[in-house]
Design a protein around this ligand. Structure first.
Ligand code: ADE
Length: 224
């Protein structure tokens, strides 16, 4: 899978992409992430990519021309399956969206800054608008990092234990059950006997019951 990112602050994306699972996915060649500086498509020699908003009001707006030229240049060789704009007024990211996006071949993420991007770019090119939650970040980069991580880790072959992503919280609209490791008695707090029983069927049933109970208690809003 190829992910291209358009950003005015590519540095913000460096660290999250260069470690741990995202690094492994890229080293294995399963995922490529290319971050492009939008200033490369600036409208003048001063590197201008934003301008005042029509109608007045504080805050600059990212101009349509640099964005359009960037989108068209980057999609020239291989058209994008999705062009995603990260924005607080988008649809809130969930596991099912991440699962769907992990099946795509070539996607472009657009990170907004200032007051956002000119509405006409959203109308003409953007296929999905995604928010990572009901709060406002100073730009789309951290949201893009979250989205890339959520997508990247479920691409087959990325995680060592292929099955582990299937048991994550939210994969069946269920939160994950509690987990324990050694010692079995830590400061007088004991691991549930059933996990030490060695009976896989009983353990599986217990985990499922715990997941259901946890979901009902903590996230009654999740669809059943
Ligand atoms: N850009 C600024 N805030 C955001 C959010 N909550 N989600 C996605 N992109 C954003």
């Amino acid at each position: 899978m190829h992910i291209h990112v358009l950003s005015v602050l590519p540095e913000l994306l460096e660290s999250p992409l260069q470690h741990s699972i995202m690094k492994r996915a890229q080293d294995k060649g399963i995922l490529t992430v290319q971050v492009h500086h939008l200033r490369k498509w600036a409208v003048n020699e001063y590197g201008q990519i934003d301008d005042y908003q029509f109608g007045g009001g504080a805050g600059m707006v990212m101009m349509p021309e640099p964005l359009a030229n960037a989108i068209e240049d980057l999609g020239k060789n291989k058209p994008f399956d999705e062009i995603i704009y990260l924005t607080p007024d988008g649809k809130t990211l969930n596991q099912s969206m991440a699962n769907q996006l992990s099946l795509k071949e070539n996607i472009l993420l657009i990170c907004g800054h200032y007051k956002g991007i000119d509405e006409r770019i959203r109308q003409k090119y953007v296929t999905r608008e995604i928010s990572i939650g009901d709060y406002v970040l100073s730009g789309g980069e951290l949201a893009a990092a979250v989205l890339i991580d959520a997508i990247g880790r479920i691409i087959p072959g990325v995680l060592n234990d292929e099955t582990s992503a299937l048991f994550d919280s939210f994969q069946d609209n269920l939160l994950a059950p509690p987990v324990y490791t050694r010692p079995s008695d830590w400061r007088g707090m004991k691991v549930p006997d059933i996990l030490l029983s060695g009976d896989p069927k009983k353990i599986e049933d217990w985990r499922y019951d715990q997941a259901v109970e946890r979901t009902e208690k903590r996230r009654p809003d999740l669809p059943k």
